[in-house]
Design a protein around this ligand. Sequence first.
Ligand code: ING
Ligand code: ZN
Length: 307
Amino acid sequence: LYSGKAIDLENYHTYEEVMAYLADLANTNPIVSTKVGGTTAEGRDIVQLIISTDLSANKPVEFFECNVHAREWITAATCIWIIDQITTGYGSDPEITDLVDKYDWKFVPIANPDGYAYTWSDDRLWRKNRVFINNSACRGVDINRNFPVGFGSPDGGSDSPCSTTYRGEGPLSELESNTIKDLIVADRGRIRSAISVHSYDQQWLSPYGYSIEYPLEYAEMYRVMEIGVNALTATYGTQYTYGSFANALYLGSGVTTDYYYEGEGILHSYTIELRDLGTYGFVLPPDQIVPTAIETWNGIKAFVNAI
Ligand code: ING
Ligand code: ZN
């Protein structure tokens, strides 16, 4: 199925091309492996890419999920660029070598494969997955409204199947959200940070999404968000805002970031909204992939070193 062909990092790629790249990396690089977390309704694997010098050491994990929302193509492209950066930098770039010696790095580059494939074939601006809904002509659940913490609380999602933020029949009703949960549970107790990568709006957001209350450790969260954003902005001057997402953006209930923090006790759990501010929105031109990835990676490195 997979050709094992490398991909260029300056363009967007189909689900199949990305999977071929990940498989090739795992086959050729001794510190890389892949794990199939689950298989979607349409038969696509949800793949986690693992960078680890020693899996048996159970190092602290830096966890990333990307492209939960199908149309946010820059998020998979950025995660793939970062994977390439880490794997090619290990052993030659001292900072990357140190970060890989200390931590395991785990990425789900395309967390919503059916939705992603649909944005290539039919509707570039599709957001949800592609499940059939009983008694409805509309399809798809918003994976980022389908998690247990805050699930169904008012204003942070919709119970209408035709809405782009349809939360689904119940917490973790969706294969994709269950898979993310299983991958988190598999590393329970050693996840040092969990980042949910979205676009667009240029924001670095902490819990809570479902409430305007601030988390107990908000001062610490704010401290590291500021360090991350400052390093990101120092790269090309791209302006980011940061804060708790219910306050900075809008209410969102049943989101991954609240589940990681409140449901799994992961202190450092954030949503990063990548470029831009709306000029191109979800359809960010390919010539912005590499600059977006470079600045984001600078922010993440500074953040990981600060926590
Ligand atoms: N934004 C996120 C969304 O799911 C978000 C932002 C995250 C809001 C968490 C509230 C809580 O709506 C995008 N662009 O998807
Ligand atoms: Zn999103």
